[in-house]
Design a protein around this ligand. Structure first.
Ligand SMILES: *Cc1c(COP(=O)(O)O)cnc(C)c1O
Length: 428
């Protein structure tokens, strides 16, 4: 895996040392300890600006899908930049409200909304529920009537297009749990139109994640516009189209289109189909944050064996699960340049064979060195767990020559604070 920091905004190599903006990453590791997530504000800005250039001069809107990384400091950054949020739980709703988002700037996705979830979102004045099934639509209607509120809804359509990505992150195929079957969509809208507690607002799709080609997006858009036309024939008009997220990023050698290119291609398709005035919502997660983050980890031991060379580091699958969950390949580089690389499996301390950060990669490192995994800003910390009773990593945000601790390291006291023991006598 080649090391090309010229293409990675916010990160650079200076005199052999790796920097995040104007701060030496090895020194940040000394200061805050490892494993440590470090984010570049400059890189967040670069990623956001591509989306903003795409929508400039249009009525289109960007809603950050916060499941990619829901740290409040990052959310505040996006909120201050004026974009909305795509949420999938009441916990995420709370986070959005905590950084000052208004209900109308939030859209609510997900297949399993409980009555309580729906009530909480309605009371917050949610901008739109993205509905994933008939029973969910009926439930939203019921709760809205109880609350004497009107629930704005979009139906998430499963356009049955192949996003050509990893099966675990492909969501727009017939056999996925997401969305409403394409040919049942119009019937569902007609049903929605008869419900007094809901107000039809838009139509929604989201076909997968880490999509690196334009074609699946444009194809899906075409299929959605077919439905919008059919709805119009039934007198159902929409105030927006929600295009979902899913734009991929470069981890190693992928060449995804830029956000700006994607937005323009979709807008172009909308114009061709006669929907130039329809506002389009985008729900990017990964493409806004992935490349703004690195995960720093210290090399503990080198363990060459007859079959393989293992490099044991202090970050593990509980800190970054993407390599083992999605077979994701993420570059790992030494913060300090060294000679004589060898092939290594880079593994963590967790007691699982699946606990690896990278397999068979070329790397030159010694115990005590700090490695940086690039592209770690999305689906890293937000998917971290406490497996093996490991406290989750700390997170730092860098801007220029300043660093802020935006989440401190979890302690064992915090991990056990919610648990109670039961005295043995209780079982007699
Ligand atoms: C996960 C998700 C997103 C964001 O996907 P990315 O691939 O991170 O851009 C957007 N919308 C919905 C409904 C999602 O589930």
């Amino acid at each position: 895996m080649s090391e090309d920091f010229t293409a990675l905004p916010g990160f650079s190599r200076r005199d052999g040392e790796l920097f995040c903006e104007d701060l030496n990453l090895r020194k940040l590791a000394d200061q805050f300890g490892t494993p440590l997530y470090v984010y570049s504000r400059e890189a967040l800005k670069t990623a956001l600006e591509s989306w903003l250039r795409g929508i400039s001069g249009t009525k289109h809107r960007v809603f950050y899908a916060m499941k990619a990384n829901s740290n409040l400091a990052l959310l505040k950054f996006f909120r201050d930049a004026g974009i909305g949020f795509d949420i999938v739980s009441p916990g995420e709703l709370k986070r959005a409200l905590m950084v000052g988002a208004k209900g109308e700037d939030i859209v609510y996705s997900g297949v399993g909304k409980s009555r309580e979830d729906i009530r909480t979102a309605l009371r917050a004045g949610i901008g739109c529920f993205n509905v994933e099934s008939i029973p969910e639509l009926d439930r939203i209607n019921e709760v809205a009537l109880q609350e004497k509120l009107l629930a704005p809804i979009s139906v998430r359509v499963n356009p049955d297009v192949d996003a050509k990505t990893h099966p675990y992150i492909s969501t727009g195929l017939k056999n996925n749990k997401f969305g409403v079957a394409y040919d049942q969509t119009v019937a569902l809208y007609r049903h929605a139109a008869s419900l007094p507690g809901v107000q039809i607002s838009g139509i929604d799709m989201h076909i997968g994640s880490q999509i690196t080609e334009l074609e699946p997006f444009v194809h899906a858009a075409d299929k959605i516009f077919d439905i919008v036309e059919q709805l119009a024939q039934h007198g159902i008009t929409l105030d927006h189209l929600d295009f979902g997220g899913g734009l991929g990023v470069r981890y190693t050698d992928e060449t995804p289109p830029s956000a700006e290119t994607l937005v323009k291609a979709v807008s172009q398709k909308a114009s061709e189909r006669g929907f130039a005035d329809l506002p389009i919502y985008f729900e990017p997660g990964r493409s806004l944050v992935a490349r703004a983050g690195v995960l720093l980890t210290t090399v503990e031991y080198l363990k060459p064996t007859q079959a393989k060379n293992f490099m044991i580091v202090d970050a593990a699958m509980n800190d970054m699960v993407r390599p083992t969950l999605y077979q994701a390949q993420m570059p790992l580089v030494n913060c300090t340049e060294r000679e004589q690389s060898q092939q290594w499996d880079v593994v963590g301390p967790v007691c699982e064979t699946g606990d690896f950060l990278a397999r068979s990669i070329e790397l030159a490192a010694q115990p005590g060195d700090v490695l940086a995994m690039t592209g770690a800003g999305a689906y890293g910390m937000s998917m971290a767990s406490n497996y093996n009773s490991r406290g989750r990593a700390a997170e730092v945000l860098v801007s220029g020559s300043r660093a802020w601790l935006i989440r401190r390291r979890e302690t064992i006291e915090e991990l056990t604070a919610l648990e109670n023991t039961v005295p043995n006598e209780a079982f007699m």
